[in-house]
Design a protein around this ligand. Structure first.
Ligand code: HEC
Length: 156
């Protein structure tokens, strides 16, 4: 009985980790060019949602709880997407990418940064649901830190 409970918990943990960032040997792409295009598109749409929220956090746009909520949910969903496009080792055709080779030399660090973004994006969804800027602001800043942190290390 006890062993069953433990293995069920373990199975749950494995499912959770699989649903975050894809394993390097189970990628969706066979050619580098489509992997690069895919990840850049995903990062752009992710950024569009993040920028829309930034405008409200900074007070440049009037805060609208429903719009913010939708943006936060889209952002959280999108935060899972780009990383599959990095799973082809050395997917760097020509000058079409700003990804640095350091990514594939430090894959575990890159992956954990991607997972941290996913975690913080989910935190932002919870904060958005509160409808309170006092909760949203710190959650937004926590998510934003991931962008610069990873770009400083791994983006040209
Ligand atoms: C785990 C690392 C990592 C995190 C976290 C991360 N990025 Fe990036 N980002 C990259 C890398 C690497 C590239 C370069 C991709 C390429 O050119 O192939 C990039 C590129 C981009 C681009 C350019 C896409 C294009 O069209 O070329 C945008 C926009 C972007 N990131 C936005 C963001 C935002 C906004 C966040 C935070 C909410 C974020 N990124 C978090 C690694 C990261």
């Amino acid at each position: 009985m006890k062993a069953t409970t433990i293995s069920m918990v373990l199975a749950g943990v494995m499912c959770m980790s699989m649903s975050t960032v894809a394993q390097a040997d189970k990628h969706a792409f066979n050619d580098a060019e489509s992997a690069v295009k895919y990840r850049q598109s995903a990062l752009s749409i992710m950024r569009d949602n993040f920028a829309a929220m930034a405008a409200m956090v900074k007070g440049e746009e009037t805060y609208d709880a429903e719009v913010f909520n939708n943006r936060a949910n889209d952002f959280a969903r999108l935060s899972h997407i780009p990383w599959d496009g990095f799973a082809v080792e050395g997917a760097m055709p020509g000058d079409d990418t700003d990804a640095l080779p350091a990514i594939w030399d430090n894959w575990e660090d890159f992956e954990s940064r991607a997972n941290q973004l996913i975690t913080d994006a989910n935190g932002l969804v919870d904060a958005a649901a509160s409808g309170s800027m006092d909760e949203i602001k710190p959650a937004f800043m926590a998510a934003a830190k991931n962008c610069k942190g990873c770009h400083d290390q791994y983006k040209d």
